[in-house]
Design a binder for this molecule. Sequence first.
Ligand code: SAM
Length: 364
Amino acid sequence: MHAGDAPAAGATGLLCYCRGGFEPELAAELGERAAAAGHHGYAATERGSGFVRFLAPGADAHALSRALPWRSLVFARQKLRLLAELDGIDTSDRVTPIVAALQAHAGSAAFGALVVEHPDSDAARPLAGLARALGNAIRPVLRKAGLLAAKDDPRKPALHVCLLDGDHLLLAVADPGDASPWPMGVPRLRLHRDAPSRSALKLEEAFLVLLDEGERARLLRAGMTAADLGAAPGGWTWVLQRSGLHVTSVDNGPLRQHVLDAGGVDHLREDGFRWQPPRALDWMVCDMVEQPRRVASRMATWFREGWCRQAVFNLKLPMKKRWLETALCLDLFAREAGRPLELRARQLYHDREEITVLVLPARG
Ligand code: SAM
């Protein structure tokens, strides 16, 4: 038996993290995707909590989890398999009940790593110090009990302890290759002092999260060409420029002078919905603030016409029915693009009321 194989009674399901306020979108996405894959269950969440549980009593948790791969989920920063919920625990000794629950539910093999974290919400943020202290306290105990590998081993499932309150926590498992490698599902990126805007972090995160290391090395190489639609003041252009790409930056607004001075950037004061490149480009990126369907449709034109091989674009979401609009825009894009493409869409940590879509030529 592997670590985390046996589900706890009443806790069969998934635990996913999201941006606070987007729980209804994540709940709708999980419900719809699970049902489409033939799994019945229901989402339990609270608005602003930063997490959603998708509960499927009596289901095969592995099969449910495999039907909803982390990489395919738009609104989930993290996806874990639930093991157990411990509520009302003794705050003077949280370690003993955790070890007991793991011994009862997790089988005998060791987890490859331990992550003690909390949802990204106003209510849970004060638990950061406790999460650190609990991690330090519990790690040696789990190792001694044979529940945690002596050294981190990414080939084994990782144990996540998610603190909801001082006396309330969830135990969950990240399956290797099917979960975010970052605690809380948030990659820590720092804004470079030369970055023209905070938006630069969105494109950096998109490349980090939506491409793997090999893809980044293969697809972002010096000498490649790109267009940046809605480029001002130049954050995304700057990210591409730093990878050595030659960028045509389209925006009526000004670009920061140091970006232009660094070379390899042509600034065109044109309408990003009308401009088309004189020859095919490696990349097109687009951060124009516009109706998401209009953006999705224009992006599809680029692929239908063969103007770019790859793209990253943002879709600004409306205030309501955001999952519906997301699904509709992704469908519209795929239909209008009219060729086999691979779409990877995600609400990134640095995205606010928007999602980021990465498009690659379909594999094979
Ligand atoms: N990605 C940029 C960065 O990293 O600095 C920020 C882009 S900002 C969110 C959106 C930009 O889209 C604005 O500069 C705006 O002028 C531009 N924009 C909106 N509609 C446009 C259009 N039809 N054609 C060109 N640019 C447009």
